[in-house]
Design a protein around this ligand. Structure first.
Ligand SMILES: Nc1nc2c(c(=O)[nH]1)N[C@H]1C(S)=C(S)[C@@H](COP(=O)(O)OP(=O)(O)OC[C@H]3O[C@@H](n4cnc5c(N)ncnc54)[C@H](O)[C@@H]3O)O[C@H]1N2
Ligand code: MOO
Ligand SMILES: [Mg+2]
Length: 418
């Protein structure tokens, strides 16, 4: 008797996945390897920035009191004690009616409380600088701690390291940083019809595109890939390979063999493994047969064999687990408002994730289907940078309709989208 699968909503399915305990591991890496990784601890200012009062200009450090009476008619002359370049410190005190020549970034002499730009001075004779206006205490000083105070959390744990974060890490002397470990995601393609990329076509066969596609999605999501090859539709081989793979990876993705065909063996593999099946039918298109199972704290993502369904299943269910394993507090695809750029007339009772291309038109998002939009489609995936999310129902959609789009190529995520 054929088992009847009961579809659940996308929200319910994603929630079942995310409610499982998702492990988090961290490791220490060199700063030069840190771009794109996620911080495993808060980045705290370990000292004030700048660490000392410094000059923002090339000019002269003065004692403001000495300049009080200066004017165009009554210029004031100060004796120059020395030149302080960036990286050097004063070697002599600056006394009354004296100034130190100072360069941008150099530490202020202790006795001075203002800086005069070089352009506002003249040199009536060697060793003397002349100014024609008064300066106040604090004029033109980059104060210690004005950029960042010691102890401030500047970047929170879970944030992705960008070039600005790298600058901060370097500023505070973090040569090694604790970041989230990248989960290792295994990819196993099933299907007796599958050929390797370098094999010529034969009748009834197709090349295995899902495995390398999924591997690229894994990398885009920031994780590590372990290619586990492909299997023909053979229950024993599938069972043994999945069982073995689970020892070697943090997450396992299989593609194909999750529907109700005579050679769709994944449901039986999960049964034999005594894995908990979180769901095996989702009210969405494509990817309705996406099956997620859980065993010994590890996820098994049974993605559909159909390329578009496989692609969508990964982005909706696998990606957020990877993101969460790397500490991202916003693990889901960000959902934005957009205007539909072309008709999509075919109604469907399930929520559709139409592979789409969005662009920004006059400041608002416009999204159109990226091509052939069946579950089996591969040709539309290259132009896909979003999913156009069309709620299930009896009507189609027409150009100009307000829709939601889930963005695929941004590092910005969302706490919850569904
Ligand atoms: N009677 C029913 N038939 C089907 C149902 C159903 O509910 N009742 N669901 C359909 C839906 S929806 C989908 S999606 C597919 C899912 O099939 P499987 O996940 O079991 O995948 P396969 O049967 O192995 O393959 C489906 C399709 O994809 C091609 N494929 C498989 N692997 C790859 C790969 N690595 N690279 C490229 N293409 C691949 C395969 O050749 C098939 O054409 O089932 C429907 N049927
Ligand atoms: O599982 Mo499906 O819904 O055609 O992709
Ligand atoms: Mg099948």
């Amino acid at each position: 008797m054929l088992e009847q699968r009961k579809p659940i909503t996308v929200a319910e399915a994603v929630q079942r996945v995310m409610l499982k305990e998702i492990p988090f591991k961290s490791e220490s890496i060199h700063i030069e390897e840190s771009l794109g990784r996620r911080l495993a601890e808060d980045l705290v200012a370990t000292h004030p920035v700048p660490p000392f009062d410094r000059s923002p200009y090339d000019g002269f450090a003065v004692r403001s009191a000495d300049t009080k009476t200066a004017s165009r008619e009554n210029p004031i002359d100060l004796r120059v004690t020395e030149t302080i370049g960036a990286g050097s410190v004063q070697s002599v005190p600056v006394g009354e009616h004296e100034a130190a020549r100072i360069m941008t970034g150099a530490m202020m002499p202790a006795e001075c409380d203002a800086v005069v730009m070089l352009e506002l001075t003249s040199e009536p004779e060697k060793g003397i600088m002349r100014i024609k206006r008064a300066f106040n205490k604090g004029d033109n000083i980059s104060f210690k701690g004005e950029d960042a105070k010691e102890g401030t959390v500047l970047v929170q744990k879970g944030e992705m390291i960008n070039p600005g974060t790298v600058a901060l890490l370097a500023t505070f002397g973090y040569e090694y940083i604790k970041v989230a470990s990248k989960p290792v995601v295994g990819v196993l393609a099933t299907g007796s019809e599958l050929l390797e990329v370098n094999e010529p076509l034969e009748p009834g066969k197709i090349r295995n595109s899902n495995a390398l596609m999924a591997a690229s999605q894994i990398k885009r999501a920031g994780a590590e890939v372990k290619m586990l090859g492909k299997l023909s539709d053979d229950l024993e081989a599938c069972y043994e390979s999945v069982k073995q793979a689970m020892e070697e990876v943090d997450i396992l993705i299989t593609t194909g063999g999750v529907s109700v065909g005579d050679f769709d063996f994944l449901p039986e593999v999960y049964q034999r493994l005594e894995a908990e099946v979180l769901f095996n039918k989702v009210a969405m298109r494509p990817g309705s047969v996406t099956t997620v199972a859980h065993k010994n704290g590890k996820f098994l993502f049974g993605l559909s064999g159909n390329p578009s369904a496989c692609y969508v299943g990964f982005e909706l269910f696998t990606r957020p687990v990877i993101q969460r394993m790397m500490g991202n507090p916003k693990p889901h695809l960000p959902l934005e408002d957009a205007v539909l750029g072309a008709d999509f007339t075919k109604p469907n009772p399930f929520t559709r994730f139409v592979r789409g291309t969005f662009s920004i038109q006059n400041g608002r998002l416009e999204a159109s289907p990226s091509g052939f939009n069946k579950s089996s489609a591969v040709s539309s995936l290259a132009a896909t940078n979003c999913f156009i999310v069309l709620p299930g129902g009896t009507r189609g959609f027409t150009a100009g309709d307000q829709v939601k789009v889930a963005l695929l190529e941004t590092t910005e995520g969302s706490e919850w989208s569904w």
